[in-house]
Design a protein around this ligand. Structure first.
Ligand code: HEM
Ligand code: HEM
Length: 188
């Protein structure tokens, strides 16, 4: 394992952070309006490049987040900044919710596809026609998982926006090195 971080996150955490942020943003932009309705009207999702990219990026987010959580368990110490207690708590709360949404947004999409009997269609022609084990889950009928997924997909963007504004506030107003901690370069 490399050196412990002092003012910056380790490089692996930084790479995970920015790859995930880009994948979430593009998946959101490609979240095609009326997407669920199209599939319910019989449109094969494999024929729509925006849907295939949306699902592929969304699954990438899920895989990156699972690997990243493993990395969090073993990574070097993360930087610590002295700030007001409310700010530390707010930042921990927002990070916690972002972690939760990074898992729940893709998982609810799989629940939606599985319970409605739609295929998962990914880049490279990968296609999983049915997910019968999802239909059999006790939570399968608990909600309209497509609606929940849409809500969470919007929520993660609002929260990430707030989180980005906070990072810029740290950089421009407080000048405390928080934003730089997630950027490459400098002394660790
Ligand atoms: C972090 C990752 C993701 C984000 C931010 C996200 C975001 C969204 C958003 C905002 C919508 C609503 C689009 C609209 O109708 O206006 C949506 C719909 C949808 N997404 Fe995702 N999504 C993600 C991951 C995934 C994954 C992994 C899959 C499938 C493997 C997926 C499949 C779907 C489906 C099937 C719908 C239509 C739901 C329905 O109306 O029944 N998404 N997504
Ligand atoms: C979809 C977009 C984003 C998501 C899901 C996200 C999520 C996260 C998460 C989960 C952490 C904790 C990381 C860890 O412990 O390894 C984090 C940290 C951080 N993020 Fe983001 N982020 C996003 C976008 C951004 C953007 C656009 C910026 C900057 C403008 C940013 C700046 C930072 C900074 C500076 C930290 C370290 C802050 C600290 O430790 O208090 N993030 N982010």
């Amino acid at each position: 394992m490399p050196y412990p971080s002092k003012t910056r996150y380790d490089r692996v955490s930084q790479v995970f952070h920015w790859l995930t942020a880009v994948a979430v943003l593009i998946a959101f932009v490609l979240g095609p309006g009326g997407f669920g309705r199209l599939m319910r009207n019989g449109v094969d999702p494999a024929t729509r490049l925006d849907i295939v990219w949306h699902e592929s990026l969304g699954i990438t987010v899920l895989v990156l987040t699972l690997l990243r959580l493993l990395w969090v368990l073993v990574r070097p110490a993360t930087p610590h900044f002295n700030m007001a207690t409310w700010m530390t708590l707010a930042s921990k709360g927002v990070h916690g919710l972002l972690w939760l949404l990074l898992l729940a947004t893709p998982v609810t999409a799989l629940l939606a596809l599985g319970t409605e009997g739609h295929p998962v269609t990914l880049l490279g022609g990968i296609r999983i026609n049915e997910l019968p084990w999802i239909k059999a889950l006790p939570i399968a009928d608990l909600a309209d998982w497509g609606d929940v997924h849409e809500f969470l997909g919007d929520a993660i963007i609002w929260l990430a926006g707030l989180h980005a504004v906070a990072a810029l506030y740290h950089h421009v107003v407080l000048k405390d090195g928080v934003l730089k901690s997630m950027l490459p370069g400098g002394k660790r």
